[in-house]
Design a protein around this ligand. Structure first.
Ligand code: FES
Length: 119
């Protein structure tokens, strides 16, 4: 059984186009998730990091919303162009991507645990 060190949840929730809340799917959630899966595979990290679909994460105005567990790092306004930085800087390097962080995350102090990569 794979033992994932991280789960990256990407909101792909869809709402009707006339819904005032909008949704992450219309902002590119599926493309972010697909890019994440592709880039993890390319780097041989797909057995360590699981890219998960998520329903609404209740941060709709910040979408596309992404959250990394177990360290509970929340990102907003994520695009496919941001995915490599999240992988390299955060997941591999242990440093959150500051410019994408949602506000009010007082638990984020200093570096995060990096992936334990054995090849
Ligand atoms: S629709 Fe993505 S956080 Fe609500």
């Amino acid at each position: 059984m794979p033992s994932f060190q991280r789960h990256v949840f990407v909101c792909v929730n869809e709402r009707a186009p006339d819904n005032p809340k909008g949704c992450c799917k219309s902002r590119g959630g599926v493309e972010v998730r697909d890019t994440l899966k592709t880039e993890l595979k390319k780097r041989g990290l797909a057995k360590l990091v699981r890219a998960n679909n998520a329903g609404c994460l209740d941060q709709c105005e910040q979408g596309v919303t992404v959250v990394v567990y177990p360290e509970q790092v929340w990102y907003g306004h994520v695009t496919p162009a941001d995915v490599v930085e999240i992988i390299e800087q955060h997941l591999v390097g242990g440093k959150p991507v500051t410019r994408l962080l949602l506000p009010d995350q007082p638990h984020l102090k200093g570096d995060l645990p990096a992936l334990e990569i054995t090849r």
